[in-house]
Design a protein around this ligand. Sequence first.
Ligand SMILES: Nc1ncnc2c1ncn2[C@@H]1O[C@H](COP(=O)(O)OP(=O)(O)OP(=O)(O)O)[C@@H](O)[C@H]1O
Length: 287
Amino acid sequence: MEAAIKIEGLVKSYEKFSLDHITMEVPKGSIVGLVGANGAGKTTLIKCILGIVKKDSGEIYVDGEKLEDKDHNWKNQVGMVLAESNFHETMNALQIGRIMENIFGQWDAGLYEKYLEEFKLEPKKLIKDYSRGMKMKLQIAVALSHKAKILIFDEATSGLDPLVRDDLLDILLEYIQDEEHTVLLSSHIISDLEKVSDYIAFIQNGKLLFVENKDDILYRYGVGKCSKEDYSTLDKEGIMRLRRGALGYEFLIRDRQEFMRSYPDLVVDAPNLEEVLLLLEKGEVVS
Ligand SMILES: Nc1ncnc2c1ncn2[C@@H]1O[C@H](COP(=O)(O)OP(=O)(O)OP(=O)(O)O)[C@@H](O)[C@H]1O
């Protein structure tokens, strides 16, 4: 599978934090959801990919070409939404649109207008009078209006109301229908990522735990529940994480089908993505 973004052994260290040898690919034509707790390193990774933050070592390829070798306006191919908006507070959306028209050769003014309307953004209202969600929507409208080949959204859905979030997810799903388009999206709203992602990349303390096909994750893992006594009799090889509760034990199972064959009388649920990630993040490591 061709990679829109390829990362090899990426290291970026701050005084108290390191992105630790991240190696992963974002396949062309897919949506990759980036997850991890606060401070795990998602924004740092995204900023390294965008060249906003300078990496210490490792390689990043976008569209098959090393970041260092790209011509200076390569980012025109990328629609980006970052947590902090950089728009001039004393401008309005119409003026922003005119500036973007000069920056992006492929700017689509009609599409931008359509998104302003869809996102209910008043074109003449000053940015300083926008709410946080409105500023986010403006960034998204810009990112979607210059025919970018890759969208990189950092926490873009978090300030949005559920209806707009849902619309945005539909827009992203439509965007990748053309198999040349790719999306890398970080979010704490796991249900959003579950809805749209083809792959999930999970970062913990600067390390990449896995990049896996979302359907495989949902099909393969299981969550078992039983008493402390019953748990003590189980073979721990197939169990990845454990949470001990007052009412019993809950554990993440590596292969749900196999486990159910071995223990047909135990309660084993098919978890959603959030349950899997929570157990991976907060459970005791078993095997
Ligand atoms: N410029 C910087 N100088 C020093 N430390 C930094 C800098 N930028 C980020 N960090 C540290 O790097 C770590 C990772 O931060 P990052 O913003 O990448 O995490 P994140 O996964 O995006 O978190 P969140 O979900 O809270 O947005 C944090 O411990 C943060 O304090």
